[in-house]
Design a protein around this ligand. Structure first.
Ligand SMILES: *Cc1c(COP(=O)(O)O)cnc(C)c1O
Length: 428
């Protein structure tokens, strides 16, 4: 079997040297992988339990059209999400086009002219700059008279509690915390650290809405931000909770008051959650949510494998090879655009879809520098599928994530290494 596998990898273009390097690294990761398996098992049980409690049945998979009044599949799915996140309510919809849209709805729905929002985990994700109006943009919160403040994380990546205390004013209505690092090289925040920050904010003013951008964090730990006091947690269904099957969508879970406000913004005042047909894709939402804990576990194994490979080769990796994980993203700093480009070419050529195309940097809407993206995905832009992207700006870091199966993630990482060797960036 070993020989057959080596021949198979060779036929895909992975050299003997790259294969052996990978196998040596893998031998050191047994315990890490076992710990990931345990979290997966716990979260799998959590999802199954919620589906059983809400008596999920095949009638819930039926397509609805038009207004979508009394869409039982949609309503029950939202109850399942609320149970898994231990939240009062959930909004889970194909009408939410992406993660940015879900975050925008949560913000626009809950903020009013004259209110102030504060990001307490530093600069928010790039696309939110235009939602908030940090970069002027049509229809931003700034245009509606919502002001914005930011409290950066301290140099060690922890919350600046004194800074937060100083920033909060009478006008502060909402505090935003981003769990994942996004396109930055800071550490990702653990759910328990997020809980400490929320408790601190609530100790100053309990009525401040604490909202967490949960993108890439779902099912990485056994608890979620809503377990530690978040009023809202928000994310994308073409990331973790869609399990690779949801073809579109976003979610907001949290208090009934916050989710209602978001729902009235998603559809319109008066209608809220009562409308929104599922158009026949609801089964993929259920089945994807069912698979999500396991898919996230596979993606995490890929991230840990990549961290250990590139750390061993002397590159800065965030998180490092042995740290605990709070999202599925792995950053590797190459210090040169060529490294980012070679890595992405490797991920692309390991894909089941579009492996023959070559990714190139381009000016993506919503980002302030050229970005290169590698994605050979069944769902366009899905980043729970094996994907890599990086802005072409210092420190020339690539952000790698996903892998619906561990085996595919492994191939992708070996292929990225192969391309770096071929580009002369790495010598084994
Ligand atoms: C992906 C992501 C978003 C935005 O999601 P899109 O689906 O790409 O619009 C927001 N915040 C974080 C931290 C993300 O990772």
């Amino acid at each position: 079997m070993r020989e057959e596998l080596r021949t198979m990898y060779a036929s895909l273009g992975i050299s003997e040297a790259v294969q052996s390097f990978g196998e040596e690294i893998l031998k050191t990761l047994k315990e890490r992988f076992e710990a990931i398996d345990e979290v997966t098992e716990y979260n799998q049980m959590k999802v199954i339990k919620a589906m059983q409690e809400h008596r999920v049945s095949d009638i819930h998979f039926a397509a609805t059209s038009g207004y979508g009044y009394n869409d039982m599949g949609r309503d029950t799915l939202e109850e399942v999400y609320a149970s898994v996140f231990h939240a009062e309510a959930a909004l889970v919809r194909p009408q939410i086009t992406c993660g940015t849209h879900a975050l925008a709805i949560a913000l626009h729905g809950n903020l009013r002219p004259g209110d102030e929002m504060i990001s307490i985990s530093g600069k928010p994700y790039d696309t939110l700059e235009e939602v908030i109006g940090i970069r002027p943009s049509m229809g931003s919160l700034a245009e509606y008279g919502v002001t914005y403040k930011q409290v950066d994380l301290l140099a060690d990546g922890s919350f600046d509690f004194e800074g937060i205390r100083a920033a909060i004013s009478d006008k502060t209505k909402l505090v935003e915390i981003q769990r994942s690092k996004g396109y930055q090289t800071r550490p990702t925040l653990s759910v328990s650290k997020i809980g400490e920050a929320i408790a601190f904010v609530k100790s100053i003013r309990p009525d401040i809405i604490c909202m967490v951008d949960n993108c890439y964090g779902e099912f990485v730990e056994t608890i979620e931000p809503t377990d530690v006091g978040a009023d809202m947690a928000v994310g994308s269904l073409i990331k973790n909770p869609g399990g690779g099957l949801a073809p579109i969508g976003g979610y907001i879970v949290g208090t009934k008051a916050c989710v209602d406000q978001a729902a009235y913004r998603t559809t319109c005042p008066g209608l809220g959650q009562e409308v929104g047909a599922n158009l026949g894709i609801i089964q993929s939402f259920y089945q994807g949510f069912f698979l999500a804990p396991s898919v996230v576990g596979n993606a995490l194994k890929g991230a840990v494998f990549a961290a250990n490979i590139y750390e061993k080769l002397g590159f800065k990796v965030i998180p490092n090879g042995s740290e605990s994980r709070h999202d599925i993203i792995q950053a590797v700093e190459f210090g040169k655009p060529e490294g980012v480009i070679a890595f992405c070419k490797g991920i692309q050529s390991a894909a089941p879809v579009d492996s023959h195309v070559t990714p190139e940097p381009w000016a993506m809407p919503g980002y302030d520098s050229d970005v290169i993206m590698a994605a050979g995905a069944f769902v366009q832009g899905s980043s729970i599928e094996l994907s890599a992207d990086g802005p072409i700006k210092p420190p020339y870091a690539v952000y790698f994530q996903g892998g619906l199966t561990w085996e595919h993630a492994k191939l992708g990482i070996l292929m990225s290494l192969q391309k770096l060797v071929e580009a002369g960036m790495v010598r084994l």
